[in-house]
Structures are given as structure tokens and as C-alpha cells.
Design a protein around this ligand. Sequence first.
Ligand code: URA
Length: 273
Amino acid sequence: MSDIQKEFLDILADVRAHLEYQRALGIKSIELPQGDRTDQPRSSSAAKPAPSPVATSKTGTTPALSSSPLEGEDKRRGGDIAGQSMTLAAIREEIGDCTRCKLHKGRTNIVFGEGEPKAVIVFVGEGPGFEEDQQGRPFVGAAGQLLTDIIEKGMNIKRAEVYICNIVKCRPPNNRNPEPDEVESCIGFVKQQIRAIHPTVIVTLGNVPTQNLLNTKQGITKLRGVWQEYEGIPVMPTFHPSYLLRSPGEKKWVWVDIKNVLKKLGMQVPTKG
Ligand code: URA
């Protein structure tokens, strides 16, 4: 056998080992970029070595994905790799200095999310506003103060004990709703965050997180207060704190929803109403 043939067999063995590694992670297919189609000249990236895992899952028993996207994965669509779990740090690393959608052009900081990595409650908002963009932290403006009050005064839980994040990680201009392509680019990351934390309950704040996580066009007025489910996790949709600032009369409904969340968690419901 010639040296070239031996080298070719070595490469084939490497490719097979790489694919078996991916299959062990539960990946069933790998999409090749246009340039790597078999009827076109191959790019050198086809023979890159397998990525190695950088972290273990929450239980430490199953391997987690490498923080770098797989060969051929659509890098413009963030984080949504079905069935895989990554640590919060690995998800943040994968987001990197993101330019996947046009929101990156106007941002000061990426607002990843914050809180307890093993929280039993995850609050999901829409996207950062001005203050959040400045500070790189979710819900720190006026609506954030109200959310903090709901958590600390209403639920009697410290804000640091829950996890708070948004559907999009960069501020939409003039605080407009994120557009579908922006949500599409970013929603995989919040899904990964939820998978990493695996909370007992998710609370979605307003239309944007409710409709996008639950994949529905129904509005928050219909959905609020009615238990839903996301990947087997109970979801309580409720009004967004910004809406409550404009319509304080609606706070009573959020209080109803929050009491239901506390009941679901088996936590004491404060008597204040
Ligand atoms: N509104 C949101 O939806 N998220 C924030 O982080 C702040 C305001």
C-alpha cells in the first residue's frame, strides 16, 4: 500500500472516530456547508479534529457539548442543539462577541442573564432596555425594580436565588419588540440556559417570551395565569413589569399568578395580596 493510500485510510479512521463521538453525544446528522458538497472541491475544514468536551452536565454523568459550534452547524442560529446540555459558562462562551443578528450593532453590552445556576424559578423577559444594555445585567431599570419587588417583597425570595434572563441578549433600538429574525438568532441560548438550570418553574413575562418559548400566537391576556409547559417544565405566563408600570391596576393579576407559582413550588404564600 502506498503512503498516500495509508494517509487516506488514516484520515478515514479519524473521520469515523469523529462521527462516532458525535453519535455518542446524540447527534444524528451533520449538515455540511455548501463548499463541502461532494461534487465540489473540499475545503480543508472537513478534516478538522473532533471538538473535545469542556464541561460536564449538571449531574456530572453525561458529557456536555464543546463550547465551539459543530462543523457545519449554522453559526447564525444560536445555541439550539436539540437534546444537548451545556453549562451556563459554556453557553456564554458560545455566544462570544455575538454578531449573529443586527442587534449587535447598537449594543453596549450583551445581557446574558444572572442568578442562581440551580434556581427553582427562571424568569424570562423580552430583551434588555437602556439600563440593562449599559450595565450588562437583566432587569435593572424601572421594570427591573418592579420585578425585584415582586420577587423579594411578593414572593419573599432573594433576587439572587432565582435566575433572570431574556429571549434576546442585545437591546432592540428604542426598546422595540425583537423582530422574528433576531429572536430566531438568539432563542437557542435561552433554551440552553433553561436546560442548564432545569428549574421547577418558568415564569414568562409578557408576550415575547411567552409566545416564543411556547411556540404560540396566543396573546398574554389569554395565556396569563394558565399553566403551560416547556420541555416538561411548568410555565406560568404573566404580565411584563413594564406593562404593570403603565397599567398598575393589572398588578393584582400578577399577584394571583405569583401565588400559583409559590403553591406549585410548595412554598409559603405570603398573606399580603
Ligand atoms: N425588559 C425586559 O424584558 N428585560 C430586561 O432585562 C429589562 C426590561
